[in-house]
Design a protein around this ligand. Structure first.
Ligand code: GLA
Length: 402
């Protein structure tokens, strides 16, 4: 079983090294341009520390569709491994301030582990990311009842959301880096949502060191759509230790307070003077013990921020800096909201990659999306999609080190 490598120049595993169909011996590096030499060294380094993702552990047929794992590798040696089961980002190798690559997302070594039980590690979420109160909404006077899979509410698309389906995968040579195009058609009535929804999600690992996610969807009946991505990031060590020292910025003056079931009350509350103000870089851990009622309801941060946006284009909305590794991640999106979840439900029951046991708050999610329960809040930005309209959303996770 071979791993599909979506890369213009380098093969996996990286020996012999091939660049534009030439094989270059290591001592030939001296005569290469510094950038190319760096890329070659990095590719070797990254692939060695990537060895735990075994393609055969993902190669399987589910409901007649082929599941595999695909590797994107950009010109600077960054690597992302993605499976078309749930569109899950299995690993993401990013250099630290010393140039040493490390995996920055939580996940599992095998497809079976993901099928067994996962707190949405690295997946695509749909049709509706986040919660819908009582799993109920109305369109054109018709009441739709969804599965109530989270404290009487609907969460993350239902019992078998987009995180648990097989997407068709196609390798694409994007102009800004290697890409994987995933498509999935959700049938009319699937998970009790109306309308046939044709979805495309393209992951690109750009040569600017970004994981870019572009979503598109079309329907044949009015429906609700809110797609997002659920990677748990840990820029320090991929989940071996907690994320409390990560310094977060969210460009938002308001957030949507919730009830005990994490359903928005409808209020857009100012973050000023609360633990929800991340307009200046603040370590995630410093205000977690706050007695703010919202922190009690969320058992920590598990809320949607109302982003301060200039317009509807792709915009920088958040960043995370991890001081020991120096890794820095910026989040750009076209979406109006950002769910920041700090891994409150991780409790040591998930044994992940390389045997790492993910303890409490060892990963953080920055889920770009529309607000939770928008179908029941007409004053929130609308998530309704009608026939003839095109749903689009773009989100970029951009990496560097300092
Ligand atoms: C989202 C939710 C959290 C939790 C996680 C998955 O981020 O907001 O409450 O359900 O997904 O565990």
């Amino acid at each position: 079983m071979e791993l599909a490598v979506l890369d213009a120049t380098l093969l996996y595993p990286p020996t012999p090294r091939k660049v534009n169909a030439m094989t270059i011996p290591r001592d030939g590096l001296a005569v290469l341009g510094p950038a190319l030499a760096f890329a070659l060294l990095m590719s070797d380094y990254v692939s060695n520390s990537q060895a735990q993702i075994k393609p055969e552990a993902f190669h399987r047929t589910i409901d007649g569709s082929q599941v595999d794992v695909y590797m994107l590798k950009n010109a600077n040696g960054l690597e992302a491994t993605i499976t078309n089961y749930g569109g899950i980002v299995v690993s993401l190798m990013v250099p630290d301030k010393n140039g040493k690559p490390g995996d920055v997302v939580l996940g599992y070594d095998t497809l079976n582990d993901y099928i067994g039980s996962t707190p949405y590690f690295g997946c695509l979420v749909g049709r509706y990311g986040n919660r819908i109160a009582k799993g109920r909404f109305t369109i054109d006077g018709v009441v739709y009842q969804l599965a109530q899979n989270n404290l009487g509410n609907a969460l993350h698309g239902g019992l078998k959301g987009f995180d648990k389906v097989v997407w068709q995968a196609e390798k694409v040579d994007g102009s800004d880096g290697p890409a994987l195009k995933l498509t999935y058609t959700s049938k009319d009535g699937e998970e009790d949502y109306p309308g046939t929804l044709r979805c495309t999600v393209t992951y690109t690992l750009t040569n600017k060191n970004e994981l870019k996610i572009e979503y598109a969807a079309e329907t044949d009946k009015p429906t609700f759509v809110n797609l997002t991505h659920h990677s748990y990031f840990n820029l320090k060590d991929g989940g071996a230790s907690d994320i409390l020292g990560h310094e977060l910025v969210i460009k938002a003056s308001r957030f949507t307070p919730v009830d005990k079931g994490l359903i928005p009350t409808g209020e857009l509350r100012s973050v000023a003077g609360t633990p929800f103000d991340f307009n200046k870089p603040t370590a995630i851990g410093v205000r977690l013990a706050s007695e703010d009622e919202q922190m009690q309801f969320g058992t920590g941060y598990d809320h949607n921020w109302v982003l301060d946006r200039q317009g509807k284009d792709l915009e920088l909305v958040a960043s995370v800096y991890e001081p020991t590794s120096g890794r820095f991640m910026e989040v750009l999106t076209t979406e109006p909201g950002l769910q920041f979840y700090c891994g409150n439900f991780l409790n040591g029951t998930n044994k992940g990659k390389g045997g790492t046991v993910y303890q409490h708050r060892t990963g953080l999610c920055l889920e770009t999306q529309h607000f939770p329960d928008s179908p029941n809040h007409p004053d929130f930005p609308s998530t309704e999609l009608k026939p003839g309209e095109k749903y689009t959303q773009t989100t970029v996770y951009r990496f560097s080190a300092k």
